[in-house]
Design a binder for this molecule. Structure first.
Ligand SMILES: C[S@@+](CC[C@H](N)C(=O)[O-])C[C@H]1O[C@@H](n2cnc3c(N)ncnc32)[C@H](O)[C@@H]1O
Length: 255
């Protein structure tokens, strides 16, 4: 099938299925089948109809694009993505930005990512702050397996182990965490723990704590930080202008 016909057909089907961005998604799927970047699909004449059909059907069922493609970009990295963990989100990149700013000048800072999922935050910190010694923990063995695959894919060294939020009490220079509700496709356990932030705030023995929070939660979390003895609290907005990341310093509790 010609690229032009394929794009038109997939766009029409995804639009009918209620996908918000049918044209862009059609381009992603065609590019994936061709094995080229999205900007180069028009350099090709034809695309394999059977493979495209398989991917289009999955997207028509409203499976997230990142799962259908099997990989997704986060900061400078491309990570494997599938149903073992949530898809790394653009707004989560702000967590990495703040982490980098807080530890960039430290010698060998010890960093913990609570709920490491696909490994996105932990691996991006390892990539951007090479001096950091990064540990990622998760209660889900499937998520840890995916994070391990991503560490190998990217040749980045991080420690990964199965543990809960209590690991934040082990003594760190920086603890980061992201816990947010999302779509039906993604693993239920990843969504269930709304008390995770509270637990981390109480348990953490760390100089810095950086938390990604849900829409409208930032002020409440900042208050909780203050009530638990954190100083220098700060809220950072994401690119959409939403108050997304809350941080604080807990010097007297550090390692
Ligand atoms: C929203 S995902 C975050 C994924 C990843 N940080 C990212 O940015 O893509 C939350 C992760 O936390 C894990 N999790 C949930 N409760 C936990 C707990 N009490 N202790 C450790 N990990 C937990 C889930 O298994 C899931 O992988």
């Amino acid at each position: 099938m010609t690229i032009r016909d394929a794009l038109a057909q997939v766009e029409r089907r995804l639009g009918a299925a209620g996908v918000d961005t049918p044209r862009v998604d059609a381009e992603w799927l065609v590019a994936h089948v061709l094995g080229v970047p999205r900007t180069r699909i028009h350099e090709h004449g034809d695309v394999d109809e059977h493979e495209l059909e398989r991917l289009t059907r999955r997207r028509e069922q409203r499976e997230p694009l990142a799962y259908v493609l099997g990989e997704w970009g986060f900061r400078r990295l491309t990570l494997n993505t599938d149903r073992r963990a949530l898809v790394p989100r653009p707004e989560t990149e702000v967590v990495v930005e703040r982490a980098r700013a807080l530890i960039a000048n430290e010698a060998g800072p010890r960093v913990l990512d609570v709920g490491v999922g696909s490994g996105a935050i932990a691996l991006a910190i390892a990539d951007e702050v090479p001096a950091a010694r990064v540990t990622g923990i998760d209660t889900s063995p499937q998520a840890l397996e995916l994070a391990r695959e991503n560490a190998e894919r990217l040749s980045l060294r991080i420690e990964l182990r199965r543990a809960g939020a209590e690991a934040a009490g082990e003594g760190w220079d920086l603890v980061v965490a992201e816990a947010q509700p999302e779509l039906q496709w993604e693993p239920y356990d990843a969504l269930a723990d709304t008390g995770l932030h509270d637990e981390i705030i109480r348990a953490a023995r760390t100089t810095w704590l950086v938390l990604e929070v849900g829409y409208g939660q930032a002020r409440e979390i900042e208050q909780a930080l203050r009530e638990n003895g954190y100083t220098e609290t700060k809220i950072t907005r994401d690119l959409a202008g939403v108050e997304r990341v809350v941080e604080g310093r807990r010097a007297e509790h550090s390692r």
